[in-house]
Design a protein around this ligand. Structure first.
Ligand SMILES: [Ca+2]
Ligand SMILES: [Ca+2]
Length: 106
């Protein structure tokens, strides 16, 4: 009987720890290998959704924001989303943040 109680207490503790870690992960998000500044630089090269890749998803976001002043898509920060911003993505298309900074992806 005592063994069962010990086992249950252990399970309870493990479950509690796992739950606490889960909530912490949800709150803080996955650990990032890069600083905010590094993400900002890569954003300015065309990674609008900040997923680490400059690809069709970013082009699509830029297309939707075309001819607006959406600061999230205004890569050269000249106040308008236009062909200049598209050409920035075009220039960097296919790059990813890990290769760019020479960091192994975890
Ligand atoms: Ca992206
Ligand atoms: Ca612009």
């Amino acid at each position: 009987m005592g063994k069962w109680i010990d086992a249950l207490v252990t399970l309870g503790l493990l479950g509690g720890t796992a739950l606490a870690l889960y909530y912490l992960f949800q709150k803080l998000g996955p650990p990032s290998q890069f600083t905010k500044e590094q993400w900002d630089i890569f954003w300015s090269m065309g990674d609008i959704n900040r997923d680490g890749y400059i690809d069709d998803k970013d082009l699509e976001l830029l297309r939707k924001a075309y001819d607006t002043n959406d600061p999230n898509c205004d890569l050269n920060k000249d106040g308008i989303v236009d062909t200049k911003d598209i050409s920035i993505i075009g220039h960097n298309y296919g790059k990813n943040i890990w290769d760019f900074y020479g960091v192994k992806k975890i």
